[in-house]
Design a protein around this ligand. Structure first.
Ligand code: ITT
Length: 202
């Protein structure tokens, strides 16, 4: 099967930077929605990360006819019943700045220490193929919610996500290191293997 053009269905530039770097050696052209000239707003009304990724990828595949990858990702905070979870982008409203969202999560964990602040980033990736098949992969990155924002890199909740094993915040990681450790990096590398297998198919 030909795998020379892939659309990654996201409007998030931070994600796109990570994706391009990881899929670079697949030898395929990777286009964002904007670059592919697609302007559809897909309603992510699933109840799991996987379901949302499948909905998004399938919808965009139908209007483009190309292989489409989509991810759904988010932050699960254990002490908050895994909030914001699949609502991570919508948490406190799409227009609310991450500075405010991050401070709100820190405030809600007041009085909690160490492992009581445990959290993880989750990423599910779906690939919708023109022949109707949909493949999914998942990756996670474990950590804790810190006490204040740190670091200028990354996006979203990266500045409050502390990695105890590395003694730093996700917002302090270079793109290269974040891609090695992150939920999206792990899920994408698994998906890259699936895409390599597809390339072998007649
Ligand atoms: P698209 O739907 O267009 O891809 P989005 O930002 O809405 O963009 P999601 O629905 O997957 O993407 O929401 C994921 C949210 O979870 C994202 O906006 C961040 O708030 C958070 N998030 C996911 N991965 C993250 C990461 O690597 N670093 C920081 N925050 C992340």
């Amino acid at each position: 099967m030909k795998v020379n053009k892939i659309i990654f269905a996201t409007g998030n530039e931070g994600k796109m930077r990570e994706v391009r770097m990881i899929l670079e050696d697949l030898g395929a052209e990777i286009l964002s929605l904007k670059e592919a000239g697609i302007h559809v707003d897909v309603e992510e009304n699933g109840t799991t990360f996987e379901e949302n990724a499948r909905i998004k990828a399938t919808e965009i595949m139908k209007c483009s006819g190309e292989i489409v990858l989509a991810d759904d990702s988010g932050l699960e905070v254990d002490a908050l019943d895994k909030e914001p979870g699949i609502y991570s982008a919508r948490y406190m409203g799409y227009e609310t700045s991450y500075h405010i969202k991050n401070q709100n999560l820190v405030d809600r964990l007041e009085g909690k220490k160490g492992s009581e602040r445990s959290a993880r980033f989750v990423c599910a990736i779906a690939a919708a193929l023109p022949d109707g098949r949909v493949l999914t992969t998942r990756g996670t990155m474990e950590g804790e919610i810190g006490y204040e924002e740190k670091g200028e890199n990354g996006f979203g909740y990266d500045p409050i996500f502390y990695l105890p094993d590395y003694g730093c915040y996700s917002g302090e990681l270079s793109l290269e290191i974040k891609n090695e450790l992150s939920h999206r990096g792990k899920a994408l590398r698994l998906m890259k293997e699936e895409l390599r297998k597809l390339k072998e198919e007649p």
